[in-house]
Design a protein around this ligand. Structure first.
Ligand code: APR
Length: 234
């Protein structure tokens, strides 16, 4: 599913260059529903992001899917990397995914929610599946800054490797329980900010595993004029 592309009013010369740049940045961002390990090769995706754990040796969720698709060579290669701290990222070859045109996998380790800056009592009170209190102002928890760092790290790897089209899953929103609407705003906000400043990657596609997950990204994008400006409570 592609986002409705934001088109500047044709022939409207009064629109500022900044407006066009803004529009261009949003137009280079897409959201689709699918499995990041079996994307349509015609999309021209040349790097995918993995939501890994600090060992980089695989696990469940998208990490497990990527390791299965890339094959054992990926695990063997990652055994030489010495792991990766939360909030950082490391690039590897795509191994078994190269047949789909993917050249690189950028493994990044997202934060676990609730954020560490919640009190022990608050965290102890968390029961599995309980609603997660994400009333804190966006960007003002330690977990928010770690998740933002993941995105900035993979964008830096994309620039380093001259990536044309980068596909990214919803980092930290599965096993790590980061609230999905909050994560979508952090993901979009930093992708938008990067594309305002950089030509590489030319395109970023957020790959969601369900329509509901994609809806969080669409909402984040369609309401960007509110929360990105005010940075108010979400
Ligand atoms: N393609 C795209 N998205 C996927 C896929 C897939 N094949 N599989 C899962 N997802 C989605 C999940 O639905 C979720 O929205 O990726 C998002 C991230 O969920 P997880 O994979 O659970 O990753 P995360 O929450 O970051 O937790 C990382 O889980 O799998 C382990 O080894 C991993 O310990 C690490 C932890």
């Amino acid at each position: 599913m592609e986002l409705p592309q934001f088109n500047p009013t044709p022939g409207n010369d009064s629109a500022s260059a900044a407006d066009h740049q803004l529009n261009d940045s949003v137009a280079r961002i897409r959201v689709l529903v699918g499995d990041i390990t079996s994307l349509d090769p015609s999309l021209g995706i040349d790097a995918i992001v993995n939501a890994a754990n600090e060992s980089l040796l695989g696990g469940g969720g998208v990490d497990g899917a990527i390791h299965r698709a890339a094959g054992l060579e990926l695990r063997k290669h990652n055994q030489t990397l010495g792991g990766c701290p939360t909030g950082l990222a490391k690039g590897t070859p795509a191994f078994g995914l190269e047949k789909q045109g993917i050249q690189h996998i950028f493994h990044t380790v997202g934060p676990i929610w609730p954020p560490e800056d919640q009190s022990e009592q608050e965290q102890a009170a968390m029961v599995p599946g309980a609603p997660i209190d994400d009333s804190a102002k966006l960007g003002y928890t330690y977990a928010d800054t770690l998740l933002a760092s993941c995105y900035m790290q993979v964008f830096a790897l994309a620039v380093q490797h001259n990536i044309e089209h980068l596909a990214i899953p919803a980092i930290s929103t599965g096993v790590y329980r980061f609230p999905k609407p909050r994560a979508a705003r952090i993901a979009f906000g930093h992708a938008h900010g990067h594309l305002l400043r950089a030509e590489i990657p030319n395109k970023i596609t957020f790959v969601c595993f369900s329509e509901q997950d994609a809806a969080y990204y669409h909402d984040a994008i369609n309401t960007r004029g509110q929360w990105m400006v005010s940075r108010g409570r979400i």
